[in-house]
Design a protein around this ligand. Structure first.
Ligand SMILES: Nc1ncnc2c1ncn2[C@@H]1O[C@H](COP(=O)(O)OP(=O)(O)OP(=O)(O)O)[C@@H](O)[C@H]1O
Ligand SMILES: [Mg+2]
Length: 429
């Protein structure tokens, strides 16, 4: 797709708000966008108006769109303070000669997973090629119509050929009761808060799941309907099953009832995982401590696996077995992350973290102390640790885990030298 062709055959010289029948017909082909976050930075009123109209389009109903004044410099300023969203749309009036230089401060603060669309005022094929080579997802030439922008965003996030939007992170305990669910819930909450990223928490522990209690929700049996009636599962049905926990966090809750047996075939959860991957940037999977065909297949298909263990011998043995089994199931993926939890119980003989990790030949991604008061308060009041005490070291640990599992190394953005390298940070999308 060549964005420069757009202008030649586009809706008209200026998007004046008048619906053009040809464009409307064309727009019907565009599918609703998934739950992504977009920040737009507009230098001119015309582009700002296009964004305003786009915000009202039905295909944008799941999208969180913020429209800001100012161009690249305003974007770079904003994202030196806060994480970048799934997509940045930035208008610039800079000349082709200066554009790469002007983009450099934005590239420095841009997360590699963030896509960038540039709306420029120069119809220059060399500039277009240069920008695409440097990781810009698309370059549109103003004047642009709403259909142009929507079609371009859709091309990045909806097209069957587009790379999958969502990242899934599965949490499992090395033994029952080690705190795997608590950690999964707190991490999901952190990810949704820290990164302005729409997150779905799926509770796969159908008979006993606690996500509904932990978030003080009384929802319908979200996940049960999804796995027992896979033929009904589409984006609209999924929407009805999700329960909103906070601005950016939705819960697919377990029934937590024993009125039936929960036996699943090996691939029972796969249709659900696939649709979640298409609709939400992040899915956190709370996998119970079982070793069934379906649990193995969920763990095989997740992008990241987090094993939580307590520091005793049975946990060590089980962690070792889990690591070995997962290595066979996911030979081409990264090793799981290990979290040691409930460490430091007074008078309990424990295996020291270093001794626990040594035979596993890995480092623990986090060591969380036993803190009966803090975790007890959170569990009993239906709130997350960071809501109870946002300054506690445990809340900071959850923030670090959230960064790690979403591929965001540190909170501080590192400055890198050299334009090519800097623009390389935008990543080739
Ligand atoms: N670091 C901690 N300090 C104190 N209590 C904790 C800690 N981590 C978790 N807990 C508590 O341990 C209990 C078990 O936690 P959780 O249900 O998350 O474990 P799980 O591994 O998911 O268990 P299950 O095997 O039942 O799924 C909860 O009451 C939780 O509040
Ligand atoms: Mg659990």
């Amino acid at each position: 797709m060549n964005a420069i062709d757009y202008e030649i055959g586009s809706a008209g010289p200026e998007d004046d708000g008048e619906p053009d029948q040809r464009v409307l017909g064309d727009m019907e082909q565009i599918r609703p966008l998934p739950r992504i976050s977009i920040h737009a930075f507009c230098e001119t009123d015309a582009v700002s108006r296009v964004m305003d109209r786009m915000a009202e389009d039905r295909r944008m109903s799941k999208v969180s769109l913020r429209i800001n004044g100012g161009g690249i410099a305003a974007a770079a300023r904003m994202f030196s303070q806060i994480p970048t969203p799934n997509l940045i749309i930035v208008e610039t009036t800079a000349s082709p000669h200066n554009l790469l230089d002007e983009l450099s401060p934005l590239a420095e603060v841009c997360d590699p997973a963030t896509k960038v669309i540039v709306i420029g005022h120069h119809n220059d094929i060399n500039l277009y090629r240069e920008l695409i080579r440097n990781g810009i997802s698309e370059y549109l030439v103003a004047p642009v119509s709403m259909a142009d922008v929507l079609r371009t965003v859709s091309g990045i996030f909806v097209d069957p050929q587009a790379e999958p939007l969502g990242r899934s992170i599965a949490f499992i305990g090395a033994k029952g009761g080690v705190g795997s669910s608590t950690i999964a819930h707190n991490c999901a909450f952190m990810i949704s808060h820290l990164f302005d990223s729409e997150t779905v928490l799926a509770d796969l522990d159908l008979p006993y799941g606690t996500a509904n209690i932990d978030f003080d929700q009384d929802p319908a049996q979200g996940i049960a309907e999804a796995v027992f009636t896979p033929e009904r599962l589409d984006e609209v049905f999924l929407d009805r099953l999700l329960n909103k926990c906070s601005d950016k966090l939705s819960l697919l809750a377990a029934p937590s009832l024993l009125d039936r047996a929960y036996d699943f075939s090996g691939d029972a959860f796969l249709p659900l995982l696939e649709i979640l991957q298409r609709t939400a940037p992040v899915t956190v999977l709370d996998v119970p401590h079982v070793w069934t065909d379906w649990a193995r297949s969920v763990l095989s298909s997740a992008d990241e696996v987090v094993i939580t263990a307590m520091p005793d011998l049975a946990n060590l043995r089980n962690t070792k077995n889990l690591l070995d089994a997962l290595k066979k199931l996911r030979p081409h993926d990264k090793a799981p992350h290990l979290i040691l939890n409930q460490v430091g119980m007074v008078k309990r003989p424990e295996i020291a973290p270093a001794d626990f990790c040594e035979p596993l030949e890995m480092e623990a991604a986090a060591i969380i102390p036993l803190n009966v008061q803090l975790f007890g308060d959170a569990a009993n009041s239906g709130r997350m640790i960071s809501e109870i005490d946002g300054k506690s070291p445990v809340a900071e640990t959850f923030s670090q885990i959230a960064h790690l599992v979403t591929g965001r190394a540190t909170i501080k953005k590192e400055k890198k030298g050299g334009l090519g390298k800097v623009l390389g940070m935008l990543g080739r999308k």
